[in-house]
Ligand binder design. Structure first.
Ligand code: SAM
Length: 313
């Protein structure tokens, strides 16, 4: 891990809430405020351009629909578009799991660890509020924030439940038909730019034990999701940089579920894959702070066998 990029030097990302506004509407609003949308660059140079944004320029993300990038230090917390729920302040990396799960409108979805709700609202927008999302979280306090997000963002297809996902019986009414599942569990948070230095030192000593415990919990949660009888696509993500919470979890679980599920070869054009040394490496995707100007992140996607021809495991 190097120390070149910290939180304050990362671009600020804004996701358009398409349940309330179109990307064009929001771009127009920012342009009316004097922001300049930069478009005159080669798409392959996106990260380079992102790094050198001037203070009045912004960009449209080339991968995540409706995501805009503004220069580091831009503060939209009290901007009227954020207050109204027309935009959501969501880091680039954290937009990947819902984008990859991509549940179609009308589908039935579970978000196992949903609070504070960035990804739940993104899922609802992808589904155009059609179908059903069941959002679980253990933390009552964090669910208050999720509910606020839901109200502000005009999400109407989500039911929120304060519960330990591990105790949810996958065969009960409401769960038996769930096809799409997002597993974004508690993790060490070691990919978050502001925490990276602190945790790296930690990990060398006592935090190793904590990491083992987290890894066990993450693996069980993912296995529970894969045991839902109608599950056909399950995305696993963390904002950790540690293999214990990422490739090791996916490797173990993909072996256990190899009769029913395979890993999907997600975003083939994305060059940063999982760490070498695992069967699952090339199927996983990593985001790196210094390369992608976002928090460190990890994503893998399980699909029901025969659902996807891109997969090989
Ligand atoms: N997906 C969220 C978002 O995008 O806003 C972030 C989720 S955060 C990384 C992990 C969440 O998992 C925490 O809110 C925590 O309370 C919740 N959690 C931890 N263990 C859980 C469990 N056994 N069942 C349900 N939720 C759990």
């Amino acid at each position: 891990i190097d120390h070149k990029v910290n939180k304050s030097s990362l671009p600020r990302y804004v996701r358009v809430n398409t349940l309330k506004a179109t990307q064009d509407d929001i771009i127009n609003r920012f342009q009316q405020e004097g922001w300049f949308l930069k478009t005159d660059y080669e798409p392959s140079l996106y990260c380079k351009v992102l790094k050198s944004l001037t203070e009045s320029e912004f960009l449209v993300d080339p991968v995540i629909p409706g995501l805009l990038a503004f220069p580091p230090g831009t503060d939209f917390h009290s901007h009227y578009l954020n207050d109204s729920g027309a935009v959501i302040l969501q880091d680039r990396a954290s937009c990947f799991p819902a984008f990859i799960l991509n549940p179609p409108p009308g589908s039935h979805v579970v978000d196992c660890c949903a609070a504070p709700g960035n990804k739940t609202t993104q899922l609802a927008a992808i589904m155009n509020n059609e179908g059903k999302i069941l959002a679980f979280d253990l933390s009552k306090e964090r669910l208050v924030t999720l509910q606020e997000f839901i109200n502000k963002g005009e999400v109407t297809n989500t039911t929120v439940r304060c519960a330990d996902f591990m105790t949810i019986d996958p065969t009960i009414k409401g769960c038996e038909s769930v096809e799409y599942i997002l597993v974004d569990p508690s993790c060490s948070g070691s990919g978050i730019a502001e925490r990276r230095n602190e945790l790296t030192d930690d990990v060398r000593s006592t935090a190793k034990k904590r990491l083992r415990k987290l890894s066990r919990f993450q693996s069980l949660l993912l296995q529970h999701a894969l045991s839902f009888p109608s599950a056909k696509k399950v995305v696993y993500s963390t904002c950790s940089v540690h293999e214990e919470e990422n490739e090791q979890v996916v490797e173990e679980v993909s072996q256990k579920f190899q009769d029913k599920f395979q890993l999907e070869y997600i975003l083939p054009e994305w060059t940063m894959r999982g760490k070498d040394g695992y069967n699952c490496s090339k199927f996983c995707l990593r985001l790196d702070t210094n390369q992608h100007f976002t928090n460190g992140f990890f994503v893998a996607c399980f699909v029901l066998k025969s659902e996807n021809c891109n997969s090989q495991l």
